[in-house]
Design a protein around this ligand. Structure first.
Ligand SMILES: CC(C)(COP(=O)(O)OP(=O)(O)OC[C@H]1O[C@@H](n2cnc3c(N)ncnc32)[C@H](O)[C@@H]1OP(=O)(O)O)[C@@H](O)C(=O)NCCC(=O)NCCS
Length: 188
């Protein structure tokens, strides 16, 4: 069986391919937008070195089975539209997901499609018990993506992260294995 670190994941609208140095140009083009930096830990301004360093870190994490970051490729056009990663905490069989979609591709269902597929990867291939994600309160679209993928709101972690110029609150969402399995049975 193919090890998780080598898997390509097929979703409805997207193909999730292991992020690689060949994606540097597209990562640079789309991650440089301020709208991405405002809602993530992507630096701004963003340089070619930042893109190369980000991809290198994801390659090391993948090689160590600490996390898997995917390039999101639109099945219909072959276009790179964004990135999504799952970062593991093996002691608790838990993981955290992070993502961004290039601004020209917003509102087409891509983040939801990728998140649904990554949750399946987490529960089936990685045997996780819990998958979580957080977003800044100013970014309700991301909370909507999490809810559409089946995650539940767990509440606001106050002053939880340092972002740019201050401590920021983070809305947390999660889904447990039992909830994901119950949802699957309900949809059969
Ligand atoms: C948040 C983000 C990932 C969404 O990606 P996307 O591919 O456009 O998401 P989808 O199309 O799958 O779904 C977006 C949903 O949010 C909704 N939405 C958009 N703007 C919204 C807003 N201001 N308030 C509430 N919901 C909103 C959309 O209507 C859609 O829901 P619907 O299908 O019920 O209509 C994308 O905007 C992004 O990359 N933003 C910057 C980086 C970021 O926020 N990353 C996540 C950090 S937690």
């Amino acid at each position: 069986m193919t090890p998780p670190r080598e898997r390509i994941l097929e979703a409805e609208l997207l193909r999730l391919r292991p992020l690689a140095l060949e994606h540097s140009g597209e990562v640079l083009r789309y991650a440089a937008a301020k709208a991405i930096a405002d809602n993530t830990f992507v630096p701004h301004p963003y340089s070619a070195e930042d893109a190369a360093e980000f991809i290198s870190k994801t390659l090391s994490a993948r090689a160590e089975d600490e996390g898997y970051t995917f390039a999101l490729i639109a099945r219909a056009s072959g276009a790179f539209v964004g990135c999504m990663g799952i970062h593991l905490n093996p002691a608790h069989r838990r993981a955290e997901v992070g993502y961004w979609i290039g601004v020209p591709f917003w509102g087409r269902g891509y983040a939801t499609d990728a998140l649904r597929r990554l949750l399946r990867f987490g529960f089936e291939a990685l045997a996780l018990n819990r998958i979580e994600a957080g977003h800044f309160p100013q970014n309700p679209a991301s909370g909507r993506v999490m809810r559409k993928a089946g995650m539940r709101a767990e509440g606001l972690r106050r002053g939880y992260v340092w972002h740019r110029d201050g401590f920021k609150d983070v809305e947390y969402y999660a889904i447990l294995r039992a909830e994901w399995e119950a949802e699957r049975v309900a949809n059969m």
